[in-house]
Design a protein around this ligand. Structure first.
Ligand code: NAD
Ligand code: UGA
Length: 467
């Protein structure tokens, strides 16, 4: 089946960039990205490309080239479903907050709503592709929903379900989509697998395209994220050992990572992993293991999240300790609020829990982030406060678009992301702005230690400790 029209349900961090790259590489395919969120679609259609709803290096250039040509963003879900030969489901799949499985299982309501729309408005033969990260066996649920309504309809509808998880990382999404390590397609309908594989083979080597059954594909995505997060928790646990023993985390990571069997990537210690996926995917894995009675396995994976939570708490606690045991009324500047550099995404950012701990201890915080605005920070801090039923602390923090301004009269500066611009800070200026004894907490371990010390600043670095 030759694919001419694609519809993607969900115009988020995955739907937007992944469809933009398919449009860019396959000019003969018309792609409609649809969403129930009108504001988001409006932003995707903005003339001013600096105002797209998500920031990804290189995305604006692709949007400029393809939008209005073979890439379209709209809220007309029904019409675009009806016209499509292939439909990607790229909707959000957060952790359930209430009911059975709350706090662990995935809330599939957006996936189910999408499947229902497809079954109602799909026409003829349609390939339905799971792009969202889903619990293993979800394809069965989707199939059941699709088949039920196709039986009730007079129109001859045929649906084939494939799993095609996305492995892009935020901040490098465009490069990851153009040069992926692999493409994974799970399914049991050979012709549909071929149709999807043909799309990717327009720019990706055939030997990078792996095909499996549905369950292996769905599970592999969860396991890939669990393995990545496991490495971060492993190296973060080692950062604490280094600080206690005098070993240096950077030396240890280098020495360990040089072994090809271990590999050098994902060995950067930090303030804990954030992002919308690692935590929710591991929680989901824990839930699945429990469902199948694999208690020891679930406990094993759960420990990755426990270490991550502990790392964030341990950092806030040591900041208080270094500042003479109290931060009440003290000003602390925070550089980096996004969950990592080069993105405006703040979901599950370690900055949220660290900031809230410091606010609870009575500190005044002043934030700077190259991509995140004050409204976004307010939303995240209030969400967290609401969760823990702590009174609103909004009058205790401020936002600055000039990073140096945020350090004026600060007792401490915490660096929480490795944004490029934090690599070459004017430490002379910062030291003049701050109140002595001024502390720098480098939770990513990438600042220029000699420069910092040269200006009389006190320094703590992850996995090394106090200088
Ligand atoms: P997102 O929240 O940014 O985007 C999801 C979009 O789907 C939202 O705009 C929402 O309005 C829309 N939506 C929800 N229900 C809808 C419906 N019924 N009809 C139309 N639109 C609907 O989420 P995301 O970060 O793009 O993630 C999507 C999926 O991809 C998740 O399963 C996630 O785990 C997975 N994933 C994310 C990343 C990432 O880097 N963010 C990477 C790989 C995989
Ligand atoms: C991650 C995976 O890398 C992607 O392959 C996957 O598709 C995606 O999740 C997903 O399913 O959502 P992402 O969360 O965008 O991508 O970013 P990562 O680069 O993986 O970083 C995740 C977190 O781990 C960040 O907070 C980052 O700072 C932290 N991290 C990463 C470290 O602390 N140390 C490292 O060495 C690497």
């Amino acid at each position: 089946m030759k694919i001419k029209n694609i519809c993607c349900i969900g115009a988020g961090y995955v739907g937007g960039p992944s469809m933009a790259v398919i449009a860019y590489k396959c000019p003969n395919i018309q792609i409609n990205v649809v969403d129930i969120n009108r504001e988001r679609i409006k932003q995707w259609n903005q003339k001013d490309l600096s105002k797209l709803p998500i920031f990804e290096p290189g995305l604006d250039k692709i949007i400029e080239k393809c939008r209005g040509v073979n890439l379209h963003f709209s809220t007309d879900i029904e019409k675009n479903i009806a016209n499509a030969d292939m439909i990607f489901i790229s909707v959000n799949t957060p952790t359930k907050t209430e009911g059975y499985g709350a706090g662990l299982a995935i809330d599939l309501k957006w996936v189910e709503a999408s499947a229902r729309k497809i079954s109602e408005f799909g026409t003829g033969e349609t390939i339905v592709v799971e792009k969202s990260t889903l619990p293993v066996k979800t394809a069965q649920t989707i199939k059941e929903i699709l088949e039920l309504s196709s039986k009730n309809s007079s129109n001859n509808k045929i649906f084939h379900v494939l799993s095609n998880p996305e492995f892009l990382a935020e901040g490098t999404a465009i490069n990851d989509l153009i040069n992926p390590a692999r493409i994974l397609i799970g399914g049991n309908h050979a012709k549909s697998i071929k149709s999807l594989s043909n799309i990717y083979s327009n720019w990706i080597d055939k030997d990078k395209i792996i095909t499996t059954n549905l369950w292996s594909s769905e599970l592999s995505k969860l396991i890939a994220n669990a393995f990545l997060a496991q490495r971060v928790s492993s190296i973060n646990s080692v950062s604490a050992i280094c600080e206690s023993t005098g070993a240096n985390i950077q030396d240890v990571a280098l020495a360990v990572g040089k072994d090809h069997r271990i590999g050098e990537y994902f060995l950067n210690a930090g303030p804990g992993f954030g992002g919308s996926c690692f935590k929710k995917d591991i929680l989901n894995l824990v839930y699945i293991c429990n469902h199948y009675g694999l208690r020891e396995v679930s406990q094993y994976w759960e420990q990755i999240i426990n270490i991550n939570d502990w790392q964030k708490k341990r950092i806030s606690k040591l900041i208080v300790q270094k500042l003479f045991g109290t931060i009440s009324g003290k000003k602390i500047a925070i550089f980096g609020f996004a969950f990592k550099a080069n993105t405006n995404d703040t979901r599950e950012s370690p900055a949220i829990s660290i900031s809230n701990e410091l606010l609870r201890e009575g500190a005044n915080l002043s934030f700077y982030d190259p991509k995140v605005n004050s409204l976004q920070i307010e939303k995240e801090l209030n969400l967290e406060n609401h969760k823990s039923e702590i009174t609103k602390l909004s009058n205790k923090w401020s936002f600055h678009s000039d990073k140096y301004e945020s350090t004026i009269k600060a007792d401490a500066l915490i660096i929480l992301t490795d944004a490029d611009e934090f690599k070459c800070l004017d430490w002379g200026k910062i030291s003049k702005n701050m109140r002595a004894p001024a502390w720098i907490f480098d939770t990513k371990g990438f600042c220029n230690t000699t420069e910092i010390q040269k200006f009389g600043l006190k320094l703590w670095t992850i996995g090394i400790g106090e200088f």
